[in-house]
Design a protein around this ligand. Sequence first.
Ligand code: FPP
Length: 228
Amino acid sequence: MDGNGRWAKRRHLPRLMGHQAGADALDRTMHWCKEAGIRYLTVYAFSTENWKRSSDEVSGLMKLLSHFIKSKEKELVDNGVAFRVIGRREDLSPRLQKEIAALEEKTKGGDFTLVVALSYGGRDEIVRAAKNFNAEAQRRREHGESVEDEAVFSSCLDTAGIPDPDLIVRTSGELRLSNFLLWQAAYAEFYFSDVLWPDFDKQEFDKALASFSRRERRMGGRKGEGEG
Ligand code: FPP
């Protein structure tokens, strides 16, 4: 959700107001995803690097997240939205961790999943998964179960059970992956937009989906290098 800070700066507003506008843009985007039949939306809300921002900005972002969690519960439940967090949740305050766990529990079973990456870094996730993978592979061998490495490794990631993304949208003119879903992005399509995240509107959303559909048609719907 890139560009919140620049959006605020252009309006001579504090950065946090940019993040608030970013949270509103997330609300709208979730709605368009559901309408379009998309089943999973993953947003990069706070990276492992973001802890280095000013303490005011970090605590403001944490408050925004906590507010989102508390104020959205009914709406998410009523609309069948499952809430899930990936990342180093143990870095978050015990209170926020509790709020997250409670919302995950209350919303599980929803047919649309909002995945929020918090204190998340792709490399960090892979290192943590590698530690789990060793133990899991060992356990499977002992039980005579097959160890199909990639599938087992995927199940050790924070995103276990969540399909790999088909499309990754990056806003605000950045042309990098910046440690987002490194393993999961192996076959994803990318859509880069100059629009700042708080200005991400239905027109830009439709453009992202249209560009994805064009590429899917060109590829004949094939997924993965091994297949095409
Ligand atoms: C990147 O823009 C955005 C963030 C680091 C924070 C995103 C968080 C939210 C939108 C808060 C709400 C989230 C949820 C799940 C309710 P930036 O600050 O790097 O912007 P810049 O590149 O213009 O400085």
